[in-house]
Design a protein around this ligand. Structure first.
Ligand SMILES: *[C@@H]1O[C@H](CO)[C@@H](O)[C@H](O)[C@H]1NC(C)=O
Ligand SMILES: *[C@@H]1O[C@H](CO)[C@@H](O)[C@H](O)[C@H]1NC(C)=O
Length: 494
């Protein structure tokens, strides 16, 4: 890359006997010809100089050159801009086929007014290629596989009586595709760059998702039970997706579309003009935490696990109080993560109705092997998903929200890791309205964890709405479950 070349040259200069140290890099750049004036480019230079229109015109005027070139768009542009028809930027094991030979390049430096946009396109294509090779390296890292290879997914995060083997991986896998897309966009844009890259966000996210979708079918029927090695399966999907990223790179470089977008969408807004490269460690960490979170969520969604809250952060409002060890206080409201544990021995005491407790495995979160996922992540992520799509936050919602967040610069999903909305979709019930209700036993709506803690829900406790309450009960796998209403004098309607 040019700036580091320049630095190397600067570092060498003082050693030359009698040479004048050159303090201004422009002094060196100038020796490369007129193109040197445009080095040190910033993202906004793309739009400020209408390079989007320029490349569209070039594309239309040179369709013959593109179709004649064996390397398609990149070959044609390389020939036109640098006199190098072998500039293919393909991923085929060669390190050099996307190199920029700009210094004193006669073809480029004779292009007059076109020098600036030509240079911006060359630089952007080169850096887009770096992005594709960089995510390849980030995703292939063994850290990802190691973090996901746990032999105890089902036994740690699953306790109910149902047959574990039916807990299919299908839903996890569908979401994994979105996460790969999110991870890829994160890799491409980085947390700091988002904001200047509206046009590229959508192409990147959907391109990443498309890459992963292709690798799904062979794993659809696997289950958590079969896979002590869930990590192996997730890891292989992620790694398999890389082959699709290679395909994406090669198609885009040749001038074809990938997904619904050709390379001009990826370059738009100068997304890659000053792109510094993939931060592989943070991409790997974020991806790992998102995949671990998604897997735990899938196991939790098959059990009686839910989030309840919406009252004041210090409780004391006459609707009981929740477990202080599993809470998030946000916007003045307290939210709690619950698991309704069924009694597993025959009993005629009130313990027959079970009790509320910490969800299976929650005590292992936030430390050691599961250090990147916390109870607070579960609550925040689920609340955000609930606020967007109620109990119906699915993989389509996840994909469109991630793409929207990046395109419209309101968040960098990858940077949030496991707390990103929809990584968890634990059903939420807002019981804040019960404070002013006359529900029977309302002082027991919220309960701390404990063997003697049995909440009592005699009414439309969720947002004061019968339909919502009923939807919540079903989403939390408590349809037909008598325990929360065993003390109610009349049918609470769910
Ligand atoms: C493309 O190739 C054909 C056949 O070799 C040639 O006649 C034509 O001039 C070429 N077009 C361009 C734009 O190079
Ligand atoms: C959860 O959300 C609250 C309120 O927005 C925030 O203060 C807290 O840092 C978040 N926790 C995590 C783990 O993201």
């Amino acid at each position: 890359m040019l700036p580091s070349l320049a630095l190397t040259a600067l570092a060498l200069l003082p050693a030359v006997q009698g040479a004048q140290p050159i303090h201004h890099p422009a002094g060196i750049y100038r020796r490369c010809g007129p193109v040197s004036k445009y080095y040190n480019q910033k993202t906004s230079d793309w739009d400020d100089n209408n390079v989007g229109d320029w490349i569209n015109n070039w594309w239309n005027d040179n369709s013959g050159l593109i179709s004649n070139s064996s390397a398609g768009f990149a070959g044609a542009f390389g020939q036109w801009a640098m006199g190098n028809p072998d500039w293919s930027c393909r991923d085929d094991g060669s390190d050099s086929d996307c190199d920029l030979q700009l210094c004193d390049n006669r073809v480029l430096n004779d292009r007059g007014d076109d020098i600036r946009p030509t240079y911006y396109v060359l630089e952007s294509v080169n850096r887009l290629h770096t992005y594709f090779t960089g995510i390849g390296e980030a995703f292939v890292t063994t850290a990802l596989g190691a973090a996901l290879s746990k032999d105890s997914w089902a036994t740690t995060f699953y306790k109910d009586k149902d047959d574990k083997s039916v807990t299919a991986l299908k839903e996890v896998l569908t979401l994994v595709t979105t996460i790969v897309g999110v991870g890829a966009s994160f890799a491409g844009l980085g947390p700091a760059v988002a904001g200047a890259v509206a046009g590229a966000g959508n192409a990147l996210t959907s391109g990443g998702i498309a890459a992963a979708v292709n690798t799904l079918p062979s794993h659809q029927d696997d289950t958590f039970e079969k896979s002590a090695d869930l990590g192996g399966i997730l890891g292989s999907i992620v790694v398999d997706s890389l082959k699709s990223f290679t395909t994406a790179n090669n198609q885009l470089m040749s001038g074809q579309s990938y997904g619904d977008a050709d390379i001009r969408s990826y370059l738009s807004g100068g997304a890659f003009l000053a792109y510094p490269g993939v931060d592989k460690n943070s991409v790997t960490d974020a991806m790992t935490n998102m995949l671990v979170g998604t897997s735990i969520n899938q196991l939790y969604r098959t059990q009686k696990i839910f989030i309840m809250g919406g009252g004041a952060c210090d409780d004391n409002q006459g609707i009981g109080s929740g477990p202080q060890e599993a809470t998030v206080c946000r916007d003045g409201q307290a939210w709690y993560l619950y698991y309704w544990q069924e009694n597993d021995v025959v009993s005629t005491t009130s313990h027959q109705w079970g009790w509320v407790a910490s969800p299976p495995g929650a005590d292992q979160l936030g430390q050691g092997a599961y250090g990147g996922v916390s109870v607070q992540d579960i609550i925040n992520s689920s609340l955000d998903a609930y606020n967007v799509a109620g109990y119906n936050y699915d993989s389509d919602t996840a994909a469109s929200r991630a793409s929207d967040a990046i395109s419209n610069s309101w968040a960098s999903p990858g940077a949030h890791g496991a707390s990103w909305e929809g990584i968890f979709t634990i059903p939420v019930c807002d019981v804040g309205g019960a404070v002013n209700s006359d529900y029977q036993g309302k002082e027991y709506i919220l309960q701390p964890y404990g063997h003697d803690s049995r909440p009592v829900w005699c009414g439309a406790i969720c947002s004061g709405d019968s339909q919502k309450t009923s939807d919540f009960i079903n989403a939390a796998n408590m349809g037909g479950f008598q325990s929360p209403k065993h003390l109610c004098n009349s049918d609470p309607g769910y």
